[in-house]
Design a protein around this ligand. Structure first.
Ligand SMILES: [Zn+2]
Ligand SMILES: [Zn+2]
Ligand SMILES: [Zn+2]
Length: 137
């Protein structure tokens, strides 16, 4: 039996536990970034700490990336760019729809290089645009 979801976990060196499988399933089945709260609702019962730990390990392993869309609730989305453990390459722009509240990756739009004063060491530049998504127009 070859389950693509457990394959992802295995390739990242994570054991396919029921919680991990189900959390990862939520990302696979969604075009949007999902918040921990939304994932929590898909479970009959899940310990919040377990969920946060699961998300953190996914983030560390380069399975999902965190998006701060300015709403105050962090969201997570699957990594599409070849992300590795401890090394993300999600240099794309994100979009937050003011109508439906969804946030998603705009994979084909890269964050442009922004020239900064030499004394600033930039670790990551993120751009979140907001407006109206295709579905809400
Ligand atoms: Zn990533
Ligand atoms: Zn929308
Ligand atoms: Zn993204």
């Amino acid at each position: 039996m070859n389950d693509p979801i457990s394959d992802i976990l295995q390739s990242k060196g994570l054991r396919a536990t029921p919680v991990r499988l189900k959390v990862l399933e939520q990302f696979q089945g969604s075009d949007n970034a999902v918040s921990p709260k939304e994932i929590e609702l898909r479970f009959d019962q899940i310990d919040r700490i377990t969920l946060y730990r699961t998300l953190k390990s996914f983030e560390e392993k380069g399975i999902v990336h965190k998006i701060d869309d300015g709403t105050g609730t962090p969201k997570y989305a699957m990594c599409i760019d070849k992300c590795d453990e401890g090394h993300h390459h999600d240099d794309h722009v994100h979009f937050h729809c003011n109508d439906c509240g969804n946030t998603f990756c705009v994979e084909d739009v890269e964050v442009p290089y922004i020239k900064t004063p030499p004394k600033l060491k930039v670790a990551k530049t993120s751009i979140v645009m907001n407006g109206t998504c295709e579905k809400c127009q």
